[in-house]
Design a protein around this ligand. Structure first.
Ligand code: SF4
Length: 141
């Protein structure tokens, strides 16, 4: 891997307390990858201007992202995904380790929009952008 090649890692997996509930989901392997300089950690929700803590949000059947108290945060999600990608512009990115089930980082499976814990097939907004860009994604619990 050259110096300019990096892996994207969801910041909450790298130990940052950036989730909606102010918690992290630390994963030792992810933390090590960031420490060693092989990976860059990003939280697209924060980069979209959303505060921490923030209300939980889920993608609805019409593809809008709504918070549990019914605010439409679709624009913040779109902006945050793009801004996260922009932050990697000096690197060659081929792979991303993304936090599972999140409406932003989830890959392959996300919550169904009913805030009842039900999962459906689908991708979070950032994961969908990376798929379009041809980046290999691995979902991490
Ligand atoms: Fe973690 Fe991604 Fe959600 Fe940020 S947007 S808290 S990195 S899952």
């Amino acid at each position: 891997m050259s110096d300019h090649s990096k892996i994207i890692i969801s910041a909450c997996l790298a130990g940052e307390e950036c989730r909606y509930d102010c918690h992290a989901k630390p994963n030792l392997q992810m933390i090590e990858l960031v420490k060693s300089g092989k990976a860059i950690s990003l939280c697209p929700e924060q980069l979209g201007g959303l505060s921490t803590p923030r209300p939980a949000a889920e993608i609805q059947s019409n593809e809008k992202v709504l918070t549990i108290d019914e605010n439409d945060v679709s624009d913040e999600y779109a902006l945050g995904a793009q801004e996260a990608w922009n932050q990697t512009k000096n690197f060659t990115i081929k792979k991303a380790y993304l936090k599972s089930k999140s409406p932003m980082c989830g890959f392959g499976q996300i919550y169904d929009g009913s805030f009842s814990g039900k999962l459906i097939k689908g991708n979070g907004v950032f994961a969908a952008l990376l798929i379009r860009l041809g980046i290999e994604i691995e979902s991490i619990e």
